[in-house]
Ligand binder design. Structure first.
Ligand SMILES: [Zn+2]
Length: 299
């Protein structure tokens, strides 16, 4: 995953929506009666739930001893303070809390807790967000010297030209959503660069979806008859959410962890080993479930 450069092609939203907070804790959307996946292991309980009722001092001791995810050095580099995009950005969000909270959301959704024995958070040491005048929306890359240092390049032109169509009340959520998507690329595994790009982008938007940062134009079940499962972005994100609800909370974490331990992605073996079926079959069942929604398929 170290040297990949992932470019986002986030569609321009067209409809206004109600304001959303800039960074909010993700909400679990797991189905009440999930189908257990072959080989799935019951995950250990949060250490936070242990020692209940043992008094405040004991709880404080416990907090001190609970492993925590390493927090990366976060940097913001603004290459043009007078750019209209810069003024929009700085006027809308507190970059310090936005990035810090977004990192915690990504770590929690992809790795659950630092004590989780079934996941392995990569050793990302720093993330530098660079606001600059460029084409496109945003992309993430490893630094030339050390891939544990990530750079997120975010287009001031995009912020300046696109954001005016976004209601001011939605601006923080839009900026936070894009940066959360890019932060996933700083923390996800990709089978040493061999995972399908659509899966990588789908996981990034799945995290955004579960942070309640869904743009108004996203619609569950907007699938054309020949769409592949790895079309990417929100299309694959909603498929992953379906798998999460069907096979149980933690399914996407298992997929991500599978991409860590897989040296070279091979579709059949990867999905059958994780979920007991080939991905095309699962996709067909998802499409069937969406059609069964009878037009109610918005999430
Ligand atoms: Zn991306």
């Amino acid at each position: 995953m170290s040297t990949m450069t992932i470019r986002s092609q986030i569609p321009t939203e067209t409809s206004p929506a109600v304001a959303a907070p800039s960074a909010v804790p993700a909400q679990s959307t797991a189905a009440p009666d999930p189908e257990p996946a072959p080989g799935s292991q019951e995950e250990e309980h949060d250490l936070e739930h242990q020692g209940q009722g043992q008094g405040k001092d004991r709880h404080d001791d416990h907090d001190r001893d609970t492993p925590k995810f390493p927090h990366p050095k976060l940097r913001l580099e603004i290459r043009d303070l007078n750019h209209p995009g810069t003024i929009k950005f700085l006027g809308a969000v507190n970059a310090s809390t936005l990035l810090s909270d977004a990192v915690k959301n990504v770590q929690r959704l992809l790795y659950r807790s630092a004590a989780d024995k079934h996941t392995t958070c990569p050793p990302t040491r720093s993330v530098t967000v660079i606001l600059r005048d460029m084409g496109g929306v945003a992309y993430t890359t490893g630094s030339d010297l050390d891939s544990d240092h990530k750079e997120i390049h975010f287009s001031l032109s995009y912020i300046a030209s696109h954001i005016p169509s976004t209601p001011p009340s939605r601006l923080p959520a839009e900026l936070t959503g894009i940066l959360t998507h890019e932060l996933v690329h700083c923390y996800q595994w990709d089978a040493h660069g061999t995972a399908p790009g659509g899966l990588i982008e789908g996981i990034a938007d799945w995290v955004r979806l579960n942070c309640d940062l869904r743009p108004p134009h996203w619609k569950r079940g907007e699938i054309k008859i020949d769409d592949p499962w790895d079309k990417g972005y929100q299309h694959t994100a909603y498929f992953l959410q379906y798998l999460e609800e069907r096979f149980g909370e933690g399914t996407v974490r298992r997929i991500n962890e599978g991409l860590r331990s897989t040296w070279e992605y091979e579709a059949k073996g990867f999905w059958v080993r994780l979920l007991g079926k080939e991905v095309e079959e699962l996709w067909g069942e998802y499409c069937g479930s969406v059609r069964g929604d009878d037009g109610k398929g918005t999430a």
